[in-house]
Design a protein around this ligand. Structure first.
Ligand code: F6P
Length: 548
């Protein structure tokens, strides 16, 4: 059954939120803390290895209860059932959205068009496992009888970002295989990657759900040409595998049917790392770690499906985005992990969140009259503190931020970890409290500056504070906890889409530029007239052609 369609701004709870916002907007977080000594406890959710503190957000318990009322009024419960049960909730593409099935238990029964998808899911998992084991233990030999030393994942968007982020984030758990990622159609990208590689010991994993993507096919073709400069055609069978829904096109590319790891169209590209798209993850970390990643995601799925909205981490987290985006007019959200391992996490989430919820047409086909998808950005702390934190602390924009920290470091250098985590704690405290005029003056009193100099400096040193943050404190970065964390954001995306009344699982917005690029490429290659373009584009393309 289709998702319901309601303009959220027409609900009673939205009106209540508007009135509540006017009452709360001017309140400082410090005030909210001093008026409720139990605030931190009341607004923290402990689940598994997660301690999620929402209390440094500009909310009260009343805000949360009206936000939950909004979720209820929009029938979020019903939408969650449809999501997990394989209803066609990606209506514009006529598909179910079932990345959750990829990490479900084997005895689960999940139907698409009357067929239980789980046996198929487990067949592919078995194929990933068997292949991973022979590559990792060296028994899969390349054409010249040597074991594989290097894996190259060729894909883009969801066929690159998820696997690349997970492999990088979990590099501590990696085996001996070197893993590389080629994504950009920029020929310098693949050239740089292959320049140090030996084709005899390299395995290429071509990942493309559609197997029509220009970037991936160009890279795969160029790499195959390079490969065939040193090895014969028969060698392809030992060195190229593919992940796709488009088996015919993969075969036409020259890949043996046994080397195809299938995926289903009910797996969206940006949610596909749990499918065969995660083959490079499995190869790099070993199958057991891949399985733990899935297991973590499945735990978060259960939490999301079964927990009351008041204590439901993805639900609260999504409703807070709505609160800031639609009432405080905050345009962006920052993701700040306090671990260098999650260096690619914000980049990965940019696709997940912005490709899903960057839509201005609602589920009824009408233009929305409210804001939808937020802009996502971020970098690990403490590096980001020395880059853009100035703007979060003293800029003119409100930027709600997720601070993700881990109790244990992986290599166990306690001294460094305490330093890292003291920054993690201090930054959210500083963002919340700021620094008052009295505090700045007291500090200036300790200096030898003249009275005039102190007065002159004063306004620049004041921090207003009242900047909202959510602190996620997790035991340790493991395949399982990373799976939980990714799934948390996936469900957050879903809830936001339900509230904003948009279709989160299509991506028509990426098509127009691709179409135009095809036309321009033809014009570049054939020296065709540019007269169909606007004057600016004609000028740019013309200048390129003259000088290239
Ligand atoms: O350009 C957008 C997109 O369709 C993404 O949604 C997808 O992850 C990516 O391209 C790659 O697509 P494919 O896996 O079909 O090559």
């Amino acid at each position: 059954m289709a998702l319901k369609s309601t303009n959220p701004t027409t609900t009673n709870s939205w009106k209540k939120l508007q009135a509540h916002f006017e009452a709360i907007e001017a309140k400082h977080l410090k005030e909210l803390f001093s008026s409720n000594p139990k605030r931190a406890e009341e607004l923290t959710i402990e689940w598994e290895d997660f301690y999620v503190d929402f209390s440094k957000n500009r909310i009260t318990k009343e805000t949360l209860s009206i936000l939950v009322e909004l979720a209820n009024e929009l029938d979020l419960k019903d939408a969650i059932s449809k999501y997990f049960e394989g209803d066609i909730i990606n209506e514009t593409e006529g598909r179910a959205v079932l990345h959750t099935a990829l990490r479900a238990k084997e005895d689960a029964k999940i139907y698409v068009d009357g067929d239980n998808v789980m046996p198929g899911v487990y067949d592919v998992k078995q194929k990933i496992k068997d292949f991973t084991n022979i590559v990792v233990d060296g028994s899969h030999k390349g054409h010249t009888g040597k074991s594989i030393t290097d894996i190259v994942n060729i894909g883009i968007g969801g066929s690159d970002l998820g696997p690349a982020m997970v492999v990088d984030s979990l590099q501590y758990y990696k085996n001996h295989l070197n893993t590389h990622f080629v994504s950009n159609v920029d020929g310098d990208h693949y050239k740089e990657v292959i320049k140090g590689l030996n084709p005899e010991t390299t395995l290429f994993v071509i990942v493309s759900k559609t197997f029509t993507t220009q970037e991936t096919l160009s890279n795969a073709n160029s790499i195959r040409t390079w490969f065939l400069e040193s090895l014969p055609k028969e060698a392809i069978a030992k060195h190229f595998v593919a992940v796709s829904t488009n088996v015919e096109s993969v075969k036409a590319f020259g890949i043996n049917e046994n080397n195809i790891f299938p995926m289903k169209d009910w797996v969206g590209g940006r949610f596909s790392l749990w499918s065969a798209v995660g083959l490079s993850i499995s190869l790099a970390l070993g199958y057991d770690n891949f399985e733990s990643l899935l297991c973590g995601a499945n735990k978060m799925d259960e939490h999301f499906k079964t927990t009351n909205f008041e204590k439901n981490i993805p639900v609260i987290s999504a409703l807070l985005t709505v609160w800031y985006n639609n009432f405080f007019n905050a345009e962006s959200e920052a993701i700040i992990p306090y671990t260098q391992y999650l260096n690619q996490f914000a980049t990965y989430l940019q696709q997940g969140i912005m490709e899903s919820n960057g839509k201005y047409v609602d589920r009824a086909g009408d233009k929305v009259n409210y804001q939808t998808g937020t802009i996502i950005w971020g970098e690990p702390g403490t590096n980001s503190q020395h880059a853009f934190f100035q703007l979060i602390h003293q800029g003119t924009k409100l930027i709600p931020a997720d601070f993700i920290g881990f109790i244990k470091s992986l290599h166990g250098n306690k001294d460094h970890h305490d330093k890292l985590m003291s920054n993690y704690f201090a930054q959210t405290e500083a963002l919340m409290n700021g620094k008052t005029e009295v505090e700045v003056l007291a500090e200036l009193e300790e200096t030898t500056l003249s009275k005039e100099e102190k007065q002159k400096l004063l306004p620049f040193k004041i921090f207003e504070g009242n900047k909202p943050t959510t602190s996620l404190l997790i035991q340790k970065l493991t395949p399982e906890s990373l799976g939980e964390l990714i799934a948390m954001y996936e469900h957050k995306i879903f809830v936001q889409g339900i509230v904003w009344n948009i279709y989160s699982y299509d991506q028509f917005g990426v098509e127009l530029g691709k179409q135009l690029a095809k036309t321009i490429l033809k014009e570049l290659k054939n020296n065709d007239s540019l007269s169909s373009h606007d004057a600016s584009t004609q000028g740019l393309v013309g200048f390129y052609k003259k000088n290239c």
